[in-house]
Design a protein around this ligand. Sequence first.
Ligand code: PLP
Length: 389
Amino acid sequence: GIVPARRLQGLPEQFFAKLVGKANARAALGRDVINLGQGNPDTPTPAHIVEKMQQASADPRYHRYPPFRGFPFLKEAVALRYKEDYGVELDPETEVAILFGGKTGLIEISQCLLDPGDLCLVPDPGYPDYWSGVALSGARMSFMPLREENGFLPDYSRIGADDRRDAKLMFFNYPNNPTGAVATPEFYRETVEFAAANGIVAASDFAYGALGFDGRRPISFLETPGAKEVGVEFYTLSKTYNMAGWRVGFALGNARTVELINLIQDHYYCSLFGGIQEAAAAALTGSQQSVRELGAKYESRREALFGELERIGWQAERPGGSFFCWLPVPKGMTSEQFADIALEQADVVVAPGVGFGRHGEGYVRLGLLTDEDRLREAAARIGRLGLFG
Ligand code: PLP
């Protein structure tokens, strides 16, 4: 038979594929399933962005191969957004790489920097794509636990000498998936120091950069003095402009790392379709009203859900950002057991915390990705199981 390469054997199981399968099987029985398990925005892309794509797609220039590394206007557009939103200066030529969504860059950076046997520091719980890139590179991972008592930030003082010596790359992600935690400027200053002192490339995943609650605007890692010397930030239009299906993202910052990502991409792809690049530039340079409304919308959904959680006696901390709620499961139950009960007895899909790593055990993740009434209904159904209070 066909024998897969060894690096594929190290790939973790796609946990969320299994979750989607279970939810679909339940819905196929005719059940009214409320799916809070996946992180897929439910709002359409703003009309002015869609219209730009429609006009641009007729331009015959875009029907040929796009230039390698994309059109300069898109790199200039993202640089402008960073200048306006974060006061960060980026050279569009050397400090910006265009990606097919943040996901491709998060995997490619491992392939750029890690040889077989090298070490990468990854957050636990964390977004599973970090593991995939490390596995595809034949490298090793060391997990940095994110503990609730530490605001779900890694504690660098607990990283041992061997890991400091061997690590070449590290990932962090705020606003955080799955915990909803946000970073502090002090944490980012410590991160720059830690990365510089140990020769580690720092990779900031800023997928939820537009989503901060309670009047707090999330900060970019690149705002930190020295950040560009040690790392890059991955930025995506998927959540900020409800463009998950369009597949547009960026790697920004350290010029050497950006160059390596561009080099790998020269071999995989030329670039995105030109019409999509025009639409993405329109998103970044046009009115930002929809982005301001987005934060308010997820915040009122959060309030709707937490109102009902309080009523049913499910005690938890509100997320400070992202669109995820990280809720402790009742004592004596694993996160998978809870998720199975919620699906089978309440027709509610939640993501078991253990899918994000060993330290995710004891929690489930609920996405604020349906309207307020459905969120309340989901919590009320779980409340009727009598597991809380
Ligand atoms: N990083 C995190 C933490 C995410 O949750 C996601 C998407 O769910 C991504 C990155 C990647 O998003 P995209 O590839 O759509 O840019």
